[in-house]
Design a protein around this ligand. Structure first.
Ligand code: ADP
Ligand code: ZN
Length: 214
């Protein structure tokens, strides 16, 4: 499957993407995970991106497009991919159209994960992430078996640097201003699937149904 997952921070893009990879071997492409790995490794890309990320701002479109152009051409994308956290602005969406055309790739659809703001705020403040593999936990509803240790890889489970209250509020503002307009952009193209995303299991069920996989 080839899908874009749209939705506010905390809407469950990462969780849904990971569940979908189990179905047909499609890969999750999370620009957030790629950037966090670059920051951790201290690469040039990481150094450029770090400040923006910690403030809850978007990284410049040019950096992101470079990452995506390279990533979409890797072999593991042949089976399909789930774009998680990209595109994030209208210019990124326009560039992506050109890139997909150039690479001769057609999307199956664009999924909009719709979640009420109160749920988003609660999820983000209680979310924890594995530093090494990116697995997502929640201190209330889905804690790791051993506190602070990833069940899957043994890595450290931490609160992200951009998950302070201040950065969360900034990320939500940035989302409303720069990313929410993508819903209209894809609606006009006629390939938007708007899904109530309070339950990730339910989202996956609906996507499978739409793809004729259930
Ligand atoms: P979220 O939970 O907010 O969706 P992500 O892990 O997708 O978080 O992204 C974390 C940060 O990485 C963003 O706040 C932003 O600084 C940067 N980032 C990720 N994807 C993009 C993108 N497509 N364009 C610009 N910045 C991005
Ligand atoms: Zn892990």
């Amino acid at each position: 499957m080839r899908l874009i997952l749209l939705g506010a921070p905390g809407a469950g893009k990462g969780t849904v993407a990971k569940m979908l990879t189990q179905i047909d071997g499609s890969v999750q492409i999370s620009t957030g995970d790629i950037l966090r790995a670059a920051v951790k490794e201290g690469t040039e890309l990481g150094k450029e991106a770090q400040g923006y990320m910690e403030r809850g701002e978007l990284v410049p479109d040019s950096l992101i497009m470079g990452i995506m152009e390279e990533r979409l051409q890797q072999d593991d994308c042949q089976k399909g991919f789930l774009l998680d956290g990209f595109p994030r602005t209208i210019p990124q969406a326009e560039e992506l159209e050109k890139l997909l055309e150039k690479l001769n790739i057609t999307l199956d659809g664009v999924v909009n994960l719709n979640v009420p703001r109160e749920v988003i705020l609660d999820r983000l403040t209680t979310r924890r992430t594995c530093e090494d593999c990116g697995a997502i936990y929640n201190v209330k509803s889905n804690p790791p078996k051993v506190e602070g240790v990833c069940d899957k890889c043994g890595g450290k489970v931490v609160q992200r640097a951009d998950e302070t209250e201040e950065a969360i509020s900034k990320r939500l503002d940035v989302f409303n201003e720069q990313t929410a307009p993508l819903v209209g952009f894809y609606e006009e193209k006629g390939n938007l699937w708007d899904i109530n995303a309070t339950s990730s299991d339910e989202v996956v069920r609906i996507i499978k149904e739409k793809l004729g996989l259930s």
